[in-house]
Design a protein around this ligand. Structure first.
Ligand SMILES: Cc1ncc(COP(=O)(O)O)c(C=O)c1O
Length: 386
């Protein structure tokens, strides 16, 4: 049976060529820590880590390589931001399309007296910008917004929200878990003060390594969530005031950094071509599944293909979504994800709560034939279900 991995929204597979080899190279041939030892291999590893910060800074047009903080993933970066910044009495705006990596820290903060308000979205997961505009007032401390929904693939109007935030002196934080490496991100042009993302999704790197990129002005307002050794200013008991050390206590995930470095080098070498291929696959998947819409199937998310990522979530109207995902895997070798995708409010917005959806998500290594195979399998399931 054919095997088609359609769960790239959860994590990319396969990884970029060279990722596994780079990680093994670190473990087998390097192995040392950085920022602590004064010997050649430690300097070489530090130089690679710095090079990776440069790559990540270029990726998001960040303020500089020092402003790139290595994290275990988007979740950690978002927690560093939200919990370090927001204090009782602060007001924060977000959207109902957020992942629990945003909603759960905000719920914890709410219990401590932070006021959390939501932008309105329609049932396609699109932010209603004209109504949102009125909510972004100078009294708001920060806006935190996902760049694209992990549930339905709808892309948020990040640039427009960033402009409003800048005009009104409001901090703008972006969860780019679904878009880093997939869509252009330009912190300066989009008015973004901080962006958090993992290395294991669109960047085609390994799990356990990601980045938070933030401006100096924002960093100065954030208390470190975790404190510990940094290999710098060790005589001081306070965390260093400078970046990246302020937010990087403890030994870094160096195998992960080696792997991510290789992935980013691959992406840079491929240029726009690989992403154009992924966009074409995304559009094909969405178009083909939409051909099947009717009594048996609803496709969620934005109706403008230019405002969508490669995530396409469907609701099987005459069957249980969990069972359909099982049958896709067992009968056709198609790996999807079903359920609420850690974003319950997004499903309430899309009217797919509590049943959730079956989520298909493309990656750049799939082919048009893979997408057509998925279309055929869904069509067959719908036929069998009648
Ligand atoms: C929109 C969004 N935000 C945050 C996360 C969390 O990312 P990670 O698990 O890498 O920390 C995910 C992962 O699924 C996501 O899709």
């Amino acid at each position: 049976m054919r095997s088609v991995y359609m769960d790239n929204g959860a994590t990319s597979y396969p990884k970029a060529p060279g990722v596994g080899e780079a990680m093994a190279d670190y473990i087998v041939n390097v192995g040392c820590n950085i920022g602590r030892g004064g010997y050649q291999s430690a300097y070489d590893a530090a130089s690679l880590a710095l090079d990776t910060r440069d790559q990540l800074c270029r990726l998001v047009s960040g303020p500089g390589p020092r402003n790139v903080i290595f994290t275990p993933g988007a979740t950690y970066g978002l927690n560093i931001l939200l919990k370090g910044l927001l204090k009782p009495g602060d007001r924060v705006l977000t959207s109902p399309m957020e992942h629990n990596a945003v909603l759960r820290p905000l719920t914890q903060l709410q219990a401590q007296g932070v006021q959390v308000d939501f932008f309105p979205c329609n049932d396609r997961g699109e932010l209603l910008l004209s109504q949102a505009e009125a909510l972004i007032t100078p009294q708001v401390r920060a806006v935190i917004l996902t760049h694209a929904s992990n549930v339905c693939g709808t892309v948020m109007p990040v640039q427009a929200v960033g402009r409003l935030c800048r005009e009104r002196g409001v901090l703008f934080l972006v969860d780019a878990a679904q878009t880093a490496g997939v869509l252009p991100i330009d912190m300066k042009a989009m008015g973004i003060d901080a962006v958090a993302f993992p290395g294991h999704k669109g960047l085609l790197g390994p799990q356990g390594i990601g980045a938070l990129v933030l401006t100096d002005a924002l960093a100065a307002q954030i208390d470190p969530l975790v404190a510990g050794g940094t290999g710098s200013v060790s005589h001081e008991l306070d965390m260093p005031s400078f970046l990246p050390d302020r937010f990087e206590p403890g030994t870094l995930n160096l195998p992960g950094i080696y792997g991510l470095h290789a992935a980013l080098a691959f992406l840079e070498a491929q240029g726009e071509e690989l992403r154009a291929k992924e966009r074409a696959l995304a559009r094909r998947l969405w178009t083909r599944l939409r051909e099947l819409e009717g009594d048996g199937l609803r496709v969620t998310g934005a109706e403008d293909p230019d405002r969508r990522t490669g995530v396409v979530s469907v609701d099987f109207l005459q069957g249980d979504n969990g069972e359909m995902a099982f049958r896709l895997e067992q009968g056709y070798g198609i790996a999807t994800r079903c359920g609420l995708h850690c974003a319950p409010a997004a499903h309430q917005t899309l009217n797919t709560y509590p049943q959730g959806t079956v989520r298909f998500s493309v990656g750049p290594f799939l082919s048009a034939e893979d997408v057509d195979y998925v279309h055929g399998a869904v069509e067959a399931l719908l036929r069998e279900g009648r």
